[in-house]
Design a protein around this ligand. Structure first.
Ligand SMILES: NC(=O)c1ccc[n+]([C@@H]2O[C@H](COP(=O)([O-])OP(=O)(O)OC[C@H]3O[C@@H](n4cnc5c(N)ncnc54)[C@H](OP(=O)(O)O)[C@@H]3O)[C@@H](O)[C@H]2O)c1
Length: 288
């Protein structure tokens, strides 16, 4: 081997031993220096995809869901990634939320990702035949549950480096975009509109602790596998009314991996100086 190669290798070895070559902290072997993310509703849909992508990037992922024992897809990801830890949390249950907040009291959370929500079926949310028990359940999960989690974990976030709380909102809850009576999914839409107000309030109330609050609309995301269904397979009930518009390309339906990749980019860019609060997955502002 020529002597300049030998010398180069020696320097490289020395630099590595002395830690002189910067290693991407998010990808480092020791995950203790990596940022942490706590995700609600992470056993399926968008939440599961957030777990997959943050795990692959080397974050410490605290993946919460109502029934860890039944969360097969999540267990499979945790089996492949030592940086994923699964915890039980039902966001509509005050004891469940406070138990986890207490158990994790020494754990800083760089990013609290409020993803969990209950959509319900369209038939029970159709004006004027609204099922008010369903309405209560939707408010209890989406509006109150998300608020409860944000309140319970705000000190964990304040104790972290990145200090971010992100809430998954919905364009369906944007009052500014209502041009005709939103007869269907009225309770779900109302739960999100209320949550948007709470997100704005949290962003103002928590600013003095250095916490950035973001509200993000994931777009219309194919969490039911509509795009990949085989010929003859039925369309899920909630997609039936909009299927003609999707097929004509008038409504864009995205795969979870694409929406989550774009949202992660927006989340990484969020800072206390970020203009606006309610944004689309692609960074455009969404009207309130
Ligand atoms: N998909 C879209 O097109 C779309 C569009 C706009 C906004 N969003 C928002 O994006 C977020 C994720 O949507 P998604 O489509 O992935 O929803 P999804 O497929 O219906 O999954 C909802 C998740 O929330 C969990 N969840 C429900 N109630 C809970 C509770 N009380 N405590 C803890 N977890 C609970 C579910 O757990 P279980 O399995 O235990 O029920 C599930 O993991 C939601 O906030 C939704 O409103 C979605």
């Amino acid at each position: 081997m020529p002597h300049f190669y030998r010398a180069g290798l020696l320097w490289l070895t020395l630099l590595l031993l002395l830690g002189g070559i910067p290693v991407n902290p998010a990808l480092g072997e020791d995950s203790s220096g990596a940022p942490s993310v706590l995700i609600t509703g992470s056993n399926r849909g968008i939440g599961l995809e957030f777990v997959r992508q943050y795990a692959e990037e080397g974050w410490q992922v605290i993946a919460t869901c109502r029934s860890p024992a039944k969360a097969d897809a999540l267990q499979a990801i945790a089996g492949q990634h030592a940086n994923v830890r699964i915890e039980a949390m039902d966001i509509a249950d005050a004891d469940s939320v406070s138990d986890l907040a207490e158990r994790l009291q020494d754990q800083p959370v760089d990013l609290l990702l409020n993803n969990a929500a209950y959509l319900g079926q369209p038939g029970e949310q159709q004006f004027p035949d609204i099922d008010f028990e369903v309405f209560e359940r939707i408010l209890a999960v989406n509006t109150m549950g998300t608020t409860r989690v944000s309140v319970a974990f705000r000190e964990h976030v304040a104790a972290s480096q990145q200090k971010k709380i992100v809430i998954l909102g919905s364009a369906a809850g944007s009052i500014g975009q209502v041009s005709a009576a939103p007869n269907t999914y009225l309770p779900y839409r109302a739960s999100k509109a209320g949550l948007h107000l709470i997100a704005r309030n949290l962003s103002l109330a928590l600013a003095e602790q250095g916490i950035t609050v973001g509200l993000i609309n994931p777009g219309l995301v194919d969490t039911r596998g509509v795009l990949d269904r085989k010929p003859g397979e039925p369309v899920p009930e909630e997609f039936v009314p909009i299927m003609p518009l999707i097929e004509k390309g008038l409504i864009e339906l995205q795969r979870p991996a694409d929406s989550v990749r774009d949202m992660r980019l927006q989340i990484a860019r969020m800072s206390p100086e970020s203009p606006g609060l309610f944004m689309n997955y692609d960074g455009r502002e969404v009207p309130w």
